[in-house]
Design a binder for this molecule. Structure first.
Ligand code: HEM
Length: 183
């Protein structure tokens, strides 16, 4: 994945656990002591190794680390020069999630080798919808849960998320989402 993602993992560890914790995570993951370059494409293994190292150094499960990373990513991209892109994707939660693929297509203009996920919304009603998440990468459902929680804060809504793995011809993760505005 692009360096932007690894930089955000670094930002999460440094901001929540401190610079010493980041140093331990970096060394454990076997990552050189050099800044990540946002626009450079790194092997996915670098990101997975960083998450694995964060789990062992911080004594947290992969689900917790990925979920925290998802929440952080929504804030981070909003502040790391992508605020306008995020804003342009929609003013409400359902509009925003329906625009995720279009938003990543725009991201691809700056990151040509991007391999983005794909999202589809079904069963939409006034305060609920089902979000289908397709990717060729494994194990990232807890990351999406964190992203959704980050979006719940962004749009000031309470959210319940029920996760199911869908097997079959097009295996993917599915999330039934119920939401209501915080009054
Ligand atoms: C403007 C804000 C955003 C930017 C700049 C951005 C950019 C990126 C980048 C660079 C990657 C790594 C993929 C690669 O390098 O091949 C990625 C992955 C991903 N993005 Fe976004 N993203 C943004 C917002 C979001 C939001 C709000 C969601 C919420 C659902 C999301 C969902 C994901 C997921 C789940 C992945 C993991 C890759 C996978 O599933 O295969 N992104 N994004």
């Amino acid at each position: 994945m692009y360096g932007l993602v690894n930089k955000a993992v670094e930002g999460l560890v440094r901001s929540k656990f401190g610079d010493d914790a980041w140093e331990k995570v970096r060394v454990k993951a076997g990552v050189p002591d050099e800044p990540f370059i946002s626009m450079e494409n790194y092997d996915d293994a670098v990101t997975y190794d960083l998450v694995g190292a964060a789990c062992s150094v911080l004594n947290l499960s992969p689900e917790i680390v990925l979920e925290e990373f998802g929440k952080y990513w929504v804030l981070y991209t909003g502040e790391a020069g992508y605020g306008a892109l995020m804003q342009g994707a929609g003013d409400t939660l359902p509009v925003f999630v329906k625009n995720l693929d279009a938003m990543h297509t725009r991201v691809k203009l700056s990151y040509p080798n991007l391999q983005p996920p794909s999202f589809r919304v079904t069963n939409e009603s006034a305060n609920a919808f089902t979000l289908h998440y397709h990717t060729h990468r494994a194990g990232l459902a807890p990351f999406v849960v964190g992203l959704l929680k980050g979006l719940a804060s962004r749009f000031n809504v309470n959210m319940e998320i029920a996760y199911t793995r869908v097997e079959g011809e097009a295996p993917h993760d599915s999330f039934v989402i119920r939401w209501e505005p915080i009054s």
